[in-house]
Design a protein around this ligand. Structure first.
Ligand code: G6P
Length: 614
C-alpha cells in the first residue's frame, strides 16, 4: 500500500529516488511523484498518474536537481488514481510537501476545520489534509517542521508513514510512522528513507526501524533525532541488514514471479537450514524448544492471516490436527478481529504474514494478545511489525518476495508450519519415531522434487496457451490439497484476471457443477493418497459433463490419466508434504496463462503486495 522513499545527502537525489520507487513499486503503482528542493531554494513537485516509468518520462524536461527529496508510488485509497491525487502533496503555501502511506481516518473533520481557517484543497486525498494541518500548526505557532509534524500527528487518528520536506530548510527531512512501515538508512553523510530496505540496501546496510508513534528528524551534518508522540526522546537503534542486492533484482528472469517460483528449492533449503536435521532425524525449532509448553497446554490453536498466507494457515490446520491432535481454527484476520472472537487465556494464536505489515493481521494479533493468548508469528520480513509484535515465532527466510502474487513465501510458510507441527508432535509423543524420522528424511528431499517439476515448465507453458480463452476456472482438491486448490485459484485470478474458484472436490456437487460445460477448465489436484478413489469419482463427474480436466497427479498415475485431458505429474512424497509439490504446477500454470494473455504479472491491476490498510 504505497511506497515511500526519501534522500538527504550530498548526491543528486532524483536518480536515487526513482530507483527506490522502482524497488517499492510492488507496494502500489497507480501514480507516482517526487518532490525536490533545488539549489535556488525552489520546492518542485512532479507527479503523474501511472507507473514510475511514466513519472520518469514526465520529468524528462523538468528541473530535477536537488540533494534532498521525497518520492511516492501510490495505491489509491482516498480519491481516484489521477495526477492531482498523486503524492507528494503541497501545502497551500507551497512551503511544504508530503508523502504518505496509510489512511488518516479523521481527515474529514480536520478538513472542515482547515477550510474554515481559509485552506483550499487541490485533491481528494486525506494526505493533503495532513500537510495543510502541519502547515497551519507551523505558521500559527511559529514552530520548526519537526515540532509542527509532532503536534499535527497528535491530532490525527489513523495510519501513516510520512516524509515531509520544507522549501526554506533543505537541510532537514522529517518522517514519522504509525502502523505503516518506515526505515531510515544511515550512510556516510547521507540519510535514506524507505517503506522497506530495498531502496536503501544499495547504499548502506545500517538502518533504524522506526516504531509506531515516533517522529524522526534527519538533518544534514547532524545525528538523527527521534521523539515519540508522548514527547519522550529516544535513542536510535542501528541494525545491520543482511539483505543483498541480488535478492531484489530479476537475475535474468522475465518477471520477479518466475524468478521466485524457480527460487523455491533454494528458499526452502534456507528455511530448513539449521532446523531440519536429516542426519540426526530431528527438527529443532527455537520457538518450539523455548515455548513448546505453551502449545502443549493450549486447548486450541487459532491461525489467522490474509490472502495466500491464509491458505498456508488452512494447510496448518491439517498439519496440527493430524500430528498433534490439537484443535485448530483458521480465520481470515479481517473477520477474526471484528467478530468479537472468544479467546481464552492459554490459547495460542499463530499469525502468518509474508510482509509482516498486513493491517488486519496485526490488529488480530493485538486483539488476541490483549485477551491473553500466546501470539506466535510466522513471517518473512525480518524486523517487520508482525515480527516485533509476537511473543515468539519463526522467520520463513524465503528472501525478499517482490512479485505481487506470492509463491516462495507460501511454500516456506507451509514448510515452517510442517516443521512446527512435527516438532510439537514429537515433543508431545503424538508421533512414532518411525513416522517422525521417515517424514524428516523425505522432507529433506523436497527441494529436489520441486526442481523436477520446474524442469517440466515447457509442458506446463504449452497447456497454459490452450486455456487463455477461459473466462472461469474451477480448482478442486481434497484434504491437504484442498487449500492448494484455493491457492491455485487465487494465483490465477490475481495475475490473469480470469475468475477462478477453489473448492473441496466433493463440494462441487453442491453448486459449482452447474457451471460445467465443454468450455469450463477444471484443475483437479489429485495426488495418490487415501482419498484418491474419491477424487477419481469427482473427475468422472466432471468428464460426464464434458468439462476440460487438467489434473495434477502423482508420477506413474494410471486412472486419472485415462480420464483427464491434461495431466501434470509431481513426484511421490508423504501426503503431509504434498502441498509443497502440488502447488508448483499451479503457480506455473497461472504464470504462463497470464503471460500468454499479456498481463502485467509482477504488478497486476488493483493489487498491492503489502496491504497496510484494512
Ligand atoms: C496481499 C498480497 C498477497 C498476500 C496478502 C497477505 O493481498 O497481494 O500476496 O498473500 O496480501 O499478505 P502478508 O504479507 O500478510 O502475507
Amino acid at each position: 500500500m504505497c511506497g515511500i522513499v526519501g534522500y538527504l545527502g550530498d548526491k543528486q537525489a532524483f536518480d536515487i529516488l526513482i530507483k527506490g520507487l522502482h524497488r517499492l513499486e510492488y507496494r502500489g503503482y497507480d501514480s507516482a511523484g517526487v518532490a525536490l528542493v533545488d539549489s535556488q531554494g525552489n520546492l518542485n513537485v512532479y507527479k503523474t498518474k501511472g507507473k514510475v516509468s511514466s513519472l520518469e518520462d514526465y520529468c524528462k524536461d523538468k528541473d530535477t536537481t536537488g540533494t534532498v527529496g521525497i518520492a511516492h508510488t501510490r495505491w489509491a485509497t482516498h480519491g481516484e488514481p489521477n495526477d492531482k491525487n498523486a503524492h507528494p502533496h503541497y501545502s497551500q503555501s507551497k512551503n511544504l510537501a508530503i508523502i504518505h502511506n496509510g489512511i488518516i481516518e479523521n481527515y474529514l473533520s480536520l478538513k472542515t476545520f482547515l477550510q474554515k481557517e481559509g485552506y483550499q484543497f487541490q485533491s481528494d486525498t486525506d494526505t493533503e489534509v495532513l500537510v495543510q494541518l502541519i502547515d497551519y500548526i507551523k505558521t500559527q505557532h511559529n514552530l520548526s517542521l519537526y515540532d509542527a509534524v509532532h503536534q499535527a500527528l497528535s491530532q490525527v487518528i489513523g495510519a501513516y508513514a510520512i516524509g515531509v520536506l520544507e522549501k526554506n530548510n533543505p537541510n532537514v527531512l522529517v518522517a514519522a510512522r504509525k502502523s505503516s512501515p518506515l526505515i531510515i538508512g544511515i550512510g556516510e553523510g547521507e540519510y535514506f528513507l524507505g517503506s522497506d530496505a530495498s531502496p536503501i540496501i544499495e547504499y548502506t546496510n545500517k538502518v533504524v526501524y522506526i516504531n509506531d508513534e515516533e517522529v524522526v528528524k534527519i538533518e544534514r551534518g547532524a545525528n538523527m533525532e527521534i521523539r515519540n508522540l508522548k514527547n519522550v526522546v529516544l535513542q536510535p537503534k542501528v541494525h545491520e541488514l543482511s539483505l543483498n542486492l541480488d535478492d531484489i533484482e530479476k537475475g535474468g528472469f522475465e518477471h520477479f514471479m518466475l524468478k521466485e517460483i524457480f527460487e523455491q528449492p533454494k528458499s526452502l533449503s534456507l528455511c530448513m537450514n539449521g532446523r531440519l536435521h536429516r542426519d540426526l532425524g530431528e527438527i529443532r525449532l527455537s520457538g518450539i524448544l523455548d515455548y513448546g509448553d505453551k502449545f502443549e497446554r493450549a486447548s486450541r490453536i487459532i491461525i489467522t492471516a490474509c490472502g495466500t498466507s491464509w491458505h498456508a494457515g488452512l494447510i496448518g490446520k491439517y498439519l496440527f490436527e493430524t500430528f498433534c491432535r490439537i484443535p485448530v481454527e483458521v480465520e481470515v484476520a479481517s473477520e477474526f478481529r471484528y467478530r468479537n472472537p472468544v479467546i481464552q487465556r492459554g490459547d495460542v494464536l499463530i499469525a502468518i504474514s509474508q510482509s509482516g505489515e498486513t493491517a488486519d493481521t496485526l490488529a488480530a494479533m493485538e486483539l488476541a494478545k490483549k485477551q491473553g493468548a500466546f501470539v506466535y508469528g510466522i513471517c518473512n520480513v525480518v524486523g517487520s511489525s508482525v515480527a516485533r509484535l509476537t511473543d515468539s515465532g519463526t522467520y520463513t527466510h524465503a528472501g525478499p518476495e517482490i512479485g505481487v502474487a506470492s509463491t516462495k513465501a507460501f511454500t516456506t510458510q507451509v514448510a515452517v508450519l510442517t516443521m512446527t507441527a512435527l516438532a510439537l508432535a514429537k515433543r508431545m509423543n503424538k508421533i512414532t519415531d518411525e513416522d517422525y524420522k521417515r517424514i524428516i528424511d523425505e522432507f529433506a528431499t523436497i527441494g529436489d522434487k520441486i526442481q523436477t517439476i520446474l524442469n517440466n515448465r515447457d509442458y506446463i507453458k504449452e497447456i497454459s496457451k490452450i486455456f487463455t480463452y477461459a473466462k472461469n476456472f474451477i480448482y478442486l482438491g481434497r484434504g491437504f490439497n484442498y487449500p492448494v486448490a484455493m491457492e491455485g485459484a487465487l494465483k490465477l485470478k490475481e495475475i490473469s484476471y480470469i475468475h477462478a474458484e477453489g473448492y473441496p472436490a466433493a463440494e462441487m456437487k453442491h453448486g459449482p457443477i452447474a457451471l460445467i460445460d465443454e468450455e469450463m477448465p477444471i484443475v483437479v489436484v489429485a495426488p495418490h493418497y487415501a482419498m484418491y478413489s474419491k477424487i477419481l469419482s469427482n473427475v468422472q463427474e466432471v468428464k460426464a459433463r464434458k468439462g476440460k480436466v487438467i489434473a495434477v497427479v502423482t508420477e506413474g498415475d494410471v486412472d486419472i490419466k485415462k480420464l483427464a485431458d491434461y495431466t501434470i505429474e509431481v513426484p511421490q512424497t508423504e501426503e503431509c508434504l504434498s502441498p509443497l509439490l502440488t502447488v508448483i504446477p499451479l503457480q506455473l500454470l497461472s504464470y504462463y496463462i497470464a503471460v500468454a494473455k499479456g498481463r502485467d504479472v509482477d504488478q497486476p491491476r488493483n493489487l498491492a503486495k503489502s496491504v497496510t490498510v484494512e
